[in-house]
Design a protein. Structure first.
Length: 123
């Protein structure tokens, strides 16, 4: 009979421990990875950055645009103008690499901005 009285307490304690672990796991902030960004955007042809500093500056510029609330379509258009292209993949790749690797805390904002976007360039 004592076993039955202890079991609910153990279950309650175990559930509380799991809840705390889950909350701590969710609260860990995403970290920027400039090396991954540089590898991904300098290996892929088409961007032709003058160097690592130029590539990083451009990527952080995209982060600033997302942070400032610039619509996804306008960021795409900016990239098309800067790189003299209308390649949807090239623009979306650079945007996603910038946000995912340099400013991951803004992923939700980028997703909201891109909701409803319809490609108009080439693939």
């Amino acid at each position: 009979m004592a076993d039955i009285a202890i079991r609910p307490r153990v279950t309650l304690v175990a559930n509380l421990v799991l809840a705390v672990v889950a909350a701590v796991g969710v609260a860990i902030p995403a970290h920027a990875d400039s090396v991954a960004y540089l590898v991904n955007v300098t290996v892929r042809p088409g961007y032709n950055f003058a160097g690592a500093d130029a590539a990083l500056a451009y990527g952080y510029g995209i982060c600033d645009k997302v942070r400032g609330g610039r619509p996804y379509a306008q960021i795409v258009a900016d990239i098309w103008g800067d790189f003299n292209t209308s390649d949807e993949y090239q623009a979306s790749y650079l945007i996603s690499q910038s946000v995912n690797e340099l400013c991951p805390a803004l992923i939700w904002q980028l997703r909201n901005s891109a909701a409803g976007y319809r490609p108009t360039g080439t693939m």
